[in-house]
Design a protein around this ligand. Structure first.
Ligand SMILES: [Zn+2]
Ligand SMILES: [Zn+2]
Length: 126
């Protein structure tokens, strides 16, 4: 598939991933959306393509989080200090984002494994 440079903002993710050149919504500069980043987006199940270049995205995020207080926690997984965007209710069971995602992935793959072993429908008797 050949991606026309002039319709980059309308380009939806196809099965064939390649570097794309996008235009930043804030500063109007062109930036590269690399295959690796696209892969990351897909892994996270994100549908929308990035609207901003990295510096603008960081500034935008900072602006958003500025209005949202963050709390420092000690992760019960890796024992490191981490920032979370919510008030910890149970400090002992709290996980940093990395550990949370890791646990979630572990659980998801465990469920997937179980799902594979389970028949989709119970066998029917005729
Ligand atoms: Zn920008
Ligand atoms: Zn952790």
């Amino acid at each position: 598939m050949i991606v026309e440079k002039w319709c980059y903002n309308q380009v939806k993710m196809s099965d064939q991933i390649q570097d794309q050149i996008l235009t930043c919504l804030d500063c109007g500069s062109k930036f590269m959306w690399t295959v690796g980043e696209q892969q990351f987006f897909r892994d996270k199940g994100l549908q929308n393509i990035p609207k901003r270049c990295k510096p603008c995205a960081a500034a935008y995020k900072a602006k958003l989080t500025a209005n949202h207080p963050r709390w420092w926690i000690k992760c019960s997984g890796c024992k490191k200090k981490a920032e979370v965007p919510f008030e910890p209710k149970d400090e002992k069971a709290i996980l940093c984002e990395g550990c949370f995602l890791k646990r979630k992935n572990e659980r998801d793959s465990a469920l997937a494994e179980m799902g594979e072993k389970m028949p989709e429908y119970p066998p029917r008797e005729f």
